[in-house]
Design a protein around this ligand. Structure first.
Ligand SMILES: Cc1ncc(COP(=O)(O)O)c(C=O)c1O
Length: 387
């Protein structure tokens, strides 16, 4: 199979991840839950992983980073902790439902939302100029995706950071599509809360992710329970990271991240990004001449992660993805991609988009086969009824 659905989850993980999981398969204990050697060793591995992630994001104190089960959990923690019913929040039309739905819950309680729109219907780049006009007296935060899962467009962190500093707003960033691919420096950009997932560009197992919360901000726990410390207290500890890590931690998942971070550090973020971007340029250059095809997302590929979103006037998106899957064994994602406002703004809510998403492990030969398949399907003499 040619797997081009890496924005959903990366299928191929570095060999190192598999090797370390096998090596440690029967050596994982329950960290902070005892002083046997296995428990202590697992605790050291969890701490080492926290430190590696902190280095990746330039987080000064690794204890400000808590592990979560995914970006969705992290975003729920961020929004439920730091947005109150009297607050106004600025967000954008590119957001994933894991930002929008927690915000809509807050809206039901009384919070107000405003959306940064897009500059146009095809490139889908955020209209940063709109931001100033959205600020109100009670604006508390900007919640923004670092990279769109629909178009792949990368948000300009310098711009949003300057804006938040100027208006003293909390900057909450959804890095689900960018962590492991783009340099994210929480200090440089004054990011107050960073939410990320571990199973996409970080090449860890599903069920991993995390949240960074800067010193001075105190999150509410979504769940309470065993913490390994202060067992006689009725209340769950309020200190980071314990406040957000109730219950037995996903140690196998964290071990996978521990190994994948070694891989990422060996290759280097810039090289991972370059490889993905070069392949994206190669892919896009060779299909953009197909007359019935529309490509969405920023034209400047420096502003896009490895996502190519298209649709065609010849075949509905769902059918195109189905033909790619059934006839060519190419896995993509079609339809709506959990970002309803983005589809509305791009006017693709009816037909959706076919999303091809690359990873460091995508091969040029796979892209060549995909280009040939698209030319065949969308070319003049292809009969889609005759699969
Ligand atoms: C932009 C964006 N944000 C958040 C998420 C949620 O990530 P997870 O499903 O790992 O919680 C996704 C997942 O596709 C995403 O693309």
């Amino acid at each position: 199979m040619i797997y081009l659905d890496n924005a959903a989850t990366t299928l191929v993980k570095p060999d190192l991840v598999k090797e370390r999981l096998i090596e440690k398969f029967d050596k994982i204990g329950n960290p902070s839950r005892g002083s046997n050697e296995i428990s202590l060793d697992t605790g050291r591995m969890v701490l080492a992983t926290r430190i590696k992630l902190a280095r990746l994001f330039n987080i000064k104190d690794p204890r400000r980073l808590a592990f979560c089960s995914n970006a969705t959990e992290a975003l729920n923690i961020a929004i439920s902790s730091f947005i109150g019913r009297d607050d106004h929040v600025i967000t954008s039309l590119i957001e994933h439902n894991s930002v929008l739905r927690p915000l809509y819950l807050k809206e039901k309680e009384g919070a107000e939302l405003s959306f940064v729109g897009l500059k146009d219907e095809k490139e889908g780049v955020l209209n940063y100029e709109m931001m100033e006009g959205l600020v109100r007296e009670n604006t508390k935060a900007l919640v923004i995706s670092h990279a769109s899962n629909v178009t792949g467009n990368i948000t300009d962190l310098s711009k949003v950071s300057d804006f938040c500093k100027k208006h003293e707003l909390l900057l909450i960033v959804d890095a689900a599509q960018s962590a492991g691919l783009i340099d994210i420096d929480v200090e440089k950009y004054g990011i107050d809360v960073l939410c990320f997932t571990g199973h996409k560009g970080l090449y860890g197992l599903t069920g991993t992710g995390g949240i960074y919360i800067r010193d001075g901000l105190n999150p509410h726990a979504l769940k309470v329970g065993g913490s390994g410390i202060n067992s006689f207290d009725k209340d769950h500890p309020l200190t980071m990271p314990e406040v957000l890590e109730a219950g037995t931690i996903n140690a196998y998942g964290i071990l996978s991240l521990n190994a994948s971070l070694d891989f990422i550090n060996q290759i280097g973020l810039a090289n991972i990004r370059k490889k993905e971007k070069d392949l994206l340029i190669y892919f896009e250059d060779r299909i953009k001449q197909i007359p019935t095809l529309t490509i969405y997302g920023a034209k400047d590929l420096d502003e896009r992660v490895g996502i190519l979103a298209i649709n065609s006037t010849k075949i509905p998106s769902k059918d195109l993805a189905q033909i790619l899957a059934e006839k060519y064994d190419i896995a993509t994602r079609a339809g709506a991609h959990c970002a309803p406002l983005c589809h509305k703004a791009l006017r693709t809510e009816e037909d959706g988009l076919v999303r091809f998403s690359l990873s460091y492990f995508t091969k040029k030969e796979e892209i060549d086969k995909t280009i040939r398949a698209l030319k065949e399907i969308l070319g003049d003499d292809y009969d889609s009824n005759n699969i």
